[in-house]
Ligand binder design. Structure first.
Ligand SMILES: Nc1ncnc2c1ncn2[C@@H]1O[C@H](COP(=O)(O)OP(=O)(O)OP(=O)(O)O)[C@@H](O)[C@H]1O
Ligand SMILES: [Mg+2]
Length: 200
């Protein structure tokens, strides 16, 4: 363990405020949560395109991509899932500090982990989007063939099958992705977050 008492953070001259002014935007974490196959990556990707078209600088952190790099040493047991989200939270916080709007697409099944990230940043800088889709539909979509493998017992700790998903009760936005298409979902999200990311 590092001797934290000997660590003294340096106060730098250029601040988050300066970077937000330079980019003319309010940086936020747009946190997508939901079952595998609910549509987090698909919808977040479309939201990112729409924001870019409107001149916002964004960065999308996506589950599998992060798990092949920064978090490639982590698995899917509860402890590793906690650490996965903790690291994503800290990286997202750096993006907020950089003035960039960060979109994240992780199942993030545990309420406590999502709360931990919410508490890392200033009030209002964490916008939780629950991509709500019944398990049966996600399983029918099965874009990566993972539900099939999980049902066959080839994947352990699979969310919705052998590991829990704790429903968010305080998400700022909820999308029923079984009831609306990708385009409509993305448009709804952009409409709701635009006033929050525009510089006052
Ligand atoms: N309304 C919808 N919204 C989002 N995706 C939809 C919708 N209708 C159908 N789909 C399809 O469902 C699939 C969703 O897969 P996607 O990879 O986005 O899920 P995910 O939530 O990112 O899953 P994972 O946690 O495994 O990464 C895609 O194949 C997408 O085309
Ligand atoms: Mg995904």
């Amino acid at each position: 363990m590092t001797a934290e008492k000997n660590i003294v953070p340096h106060g730098h001259i250029i601040s988050m405020h300066d970077r937000r002014e330079l980019l003319a935007q309010n940086s936020k974490i747009i946190w997508f949560t939901g079952l595998s196959g609910s549509g987090k990556s698909t919808i977040a990707g479309r939201v990112e395109e729409m924001l870019n078209e409107r001149g916002f600088l964004t960065y999308l952190l996506d589950g599998d991509n992060i798990r092949t790099g920064l978090n490639k040493n982590l698995g899917f047991n509860d402890e590793d899932r906690n650490e996965n989200i903790r690291r994503i939270g800290e990286v997202s916080k750096l993006f907020i500090d950089a003035g960039v709007i960060v979109l994240t697409a992780f199942i993030s099944p545990f309420k406590a982990d999502r709360q931990l990230v919410r508490d890392l940043v200033a009030k209002g800088d964490f916008i939780e989007i629950f991509i709500n889709c019944p398990l049966e539909i996600c399983e029918l979509r099965d874009p990566k063939g993972l539900y099939k493998k999980a049902r066959a017992g080839e994947i352990k700790d699979f969310t919705g099958i052998s590991s829990p998903f704790e429903i968010p009760h305080r998400a700022e936005i909820e999308i029923r992705s079984d009831q609306m298409g990708v385009e409509q979902a993305a448009e709804k999200i952009v409409k709701l977050i635009k006033p929050k990311i525009e510089l006052d």
